[in-house]
Design a protein around this ligand. Structure first.
Ligand SMILES: *Cc1c(COP(=O)(O)O)cnc(C)c1O
Length: 394
C-alpha cells in the first residue's frame, strides 16, 4: 500500500472514511473516539455543521482570487483575530511553519532597522516550530534537523523555562532581536512552564528591545481554555503565530502583531499565493464564531480540570507514572519508559491518542467533547496505561 507516496510518514494501519463530532469511522465501519483531533486541528470535531456550511457556501460563491485584490473575509478575520488577541495586524498563510517563517522574517527586518547585521533569535531546547528550513533550524530537536544541514543561521538556544539562561544571553549577545517560544511546549511533551516564565520573558524583551514571539500554533484557538495560552497570564506578546485549530482542518496559518512589529512588512516583503483566500477565511470565521457561540473556552477549562483530576485518581500509586499534567484540553501522562506500542493498543481499543517524546501520552481531544466522551477517554486511556505498565518491563 502507498507505494507511490514518499516514505516520510509511518501511518498506523487504519483508513478513516467519515467523521462526526469526536468520532471517526474506518473503512470497515468500525468507530473510534478521537482524542487527538488531527493533532489539535479539529477543535470543533469532525464535520461540524457550521464549518461545513461555511465551506460549502463559500465554495459555491468564490474560492480564490489573489492578494492582488481586497478580500473581504480576510479583512473580517484579521479584525476578529486581532481583537481576540489584543494585536493590531494579521498576515495569513497556509500552515504553522509558514506562520513562523513570517514571524522570523519580521524579527530580521526589525533587527536590520536597528542596524543589527546578524539579527539573532533565541529559541528553546525541546521546542518545535515546523519543518521548513528556517523553522527546523529554530526547532530545538536534533532529530528534526539531522540530515538537513546546513541549517539557517541566526538562532541561539536556551533551555525552556529558564529565565536566568535568557538573562545570560542578554549580557553576552548583542545581536539578539527576538525570543521565539511556545507558551506550553506541544510536540516536545506538553511542558508547562512556571507562572513567572512568560512575564519574565516579557520584561527581558522590554528591557533589551527584543520582540516577544509566541508560537501558539498548538496552544491557540481555545485549546487551553483561553483563546490563546498567553491569556492565562497578564502579559501581551509582540507577535503571535497560529495555525492548527484556526481552520478546523482547512489549511490556514496566521501571524499577528502589534506595535512596531505590525508595521514592518511593506509591499514586496512577504506574501503567499493562497494565503487568506476567501474559502479558508470563511472557514476560520465560522470556527471563531462557533467557539464564541458555544462558549467553548469555559467548557474546555472545566472539562480539562475534570479529566486531569480523573487521571490523577485513576493512576494514583501506579508504578511507572512520572507525571500527569495539563492545561485545558492539552493533557499529558509521562511514563518512565518508552510507550510507542500504546498507539496500536489504543487503536485496537477504539481510541485515537498520541505518544510524543517517546514516553509521553498526549491527549488533544476536540473542544466539543461531551462529559460522557471525556469520561470514556480517561477510562480507556488509564486502563491501557495500567495494563501497559504492568506487562512491559521498565
Ligand atoms: C504543528 C506545529 C508547528 C508546525 O505547523 P505545520 O502546520 O505542521 O507547519 C509549529 N509550531 C508548533 C508549536 C506546532 O505544534
Amino acid at each position: 500500500m502507498n507505494t507511490h507516496l514518499m516514505q516520510n510518514y509511518a501511518p498506523l494501519p487504519v483508513t478513516f472514511k467519515k467523521g462526526e463530532g469526536a468520532w471517526l469511522w474506518d473503512d470497515s465501519g468500525r468507530k473510534y473516539l478521537d482524542a487527538l483531533s488531527g493533532v489539535a486541528v479539529c477543535g470543533l470535531g469532525h464535520a461540524h455543521p457550521a464549518v461545513a456550511e461555511a465551506i460549502c457556501s463559500q465554495a459555491r460563491t468564490l474560492v480564490h482570487t489573489s492578494n492582488w485584490y481586497h478580500i473581504e473575509h480576510q479583512e473580517s478575520l484579521a479584525q476578529k483575530l486581532t481583537a481576540l488577541a489584543g494585536m493590531e495586524r494579521a498576515f495569513f498563510c497556509n500552515s504553522g511553519a509558514e506562520a513562523n517563517e513570517a514571524a522570523i522574517k519580521l524579527a530580521r527586518l526589525y533587527g536590520h532597522q536597528k542596524d543589527i547585521n546578524n539579527p539573532t533569535i533565541i529559541a528553546m531546547k525541546g521546542s518545535f516550530h515546523g519543518r521548513t528550513m528556517a523553522t527546523l533550524s529554530a526547532t530545538g530537536s536534533r532529530k528534526v534537523q539531522a540530515g538537513f544541514e546546513p541549517l539557517v543561521k541566526g538562532f541561539v538556544r536556551a533551555p525552556y523555562d529558564d529565565l536566568e539562561a535568557l538573562e545570560a544571553i542578554a549580557q553576552n549577545n548583542h545581536d539578539v532581536v527576538a525570543v521565539l517560544v511556545e507558551p506550553i511546549i506541544g510536540e516536545g511533551g506538553i511542558q508547562i512552564p512556571s507562572d513567572d516564565y512568560l512575564p519574565g520573558i516579557r520584561k527581558l524583551c522590554d528591557d533589551n528591545g527584543w520582540l516577544m514571539i509566541l508560537d501558539e500554533i498548538q496552544t491557540g484557538i481555545g485549546r487551553t481554555g483561553e483563546w490563546f495560552a498567553f491569556q492565562h497570564s497578564a502579559i501581551s506578546p509582540d507577535i503571535i503565530t497560529l495555525a492548527k485549530g484556526l481552520g478546523n482542518g482547512v489549511p490556514i496559518g496566521a501571524c499577528l502583531a502589534k506595535g512596531t512589529a505590525a508595521e514592518l512588512f511593506q509591499p514586496g516583503h512577504h506574501g503567499s499565493t493562497y494565503g487568506g483566500n476567501p474559502l479558508v477565511c470563511a472557514a476560520a470565521l465560522a470556527v471563531l464564531a462557533t467557539i464564541e457561540k458555544e462558549q467553548l473556552n469555559a467548557r474546555v477549562r472545566r472539562l480539562g480540570n475534570t479529566m486531569l483530576a480523573d487521571f490523577k485518581t485513576a493512576l494514583a500509586d501506579v508504578q511507572g507514572i512520572v507525571d500527569i499534567r495539563g492545561c485545558g484540553l492539552m493533557l499529558a501522562i509521562e511514563l518512565d519508559r518508552p510507550c510507542g506500542e500504546l498507539l496500536q493498543q489504543a487503536l485496537e481499543a477504539g481510541l485515537l491518542l498520541n505518544v510524543t517524546a517517546g514516553n509521553i501520552v498526549r491527549l488533544l481531544p476536540p473542544l466539543i467533547i461531551s462529559d460522557e466522551e471525556a469520561g470514556k477517554i480517561t477510562t480507556i486511556t488509564s486502563d491501557l496505561i495500567k495494563n501497559f505498565l504492568s506487562t512491559t518491563p521498565a
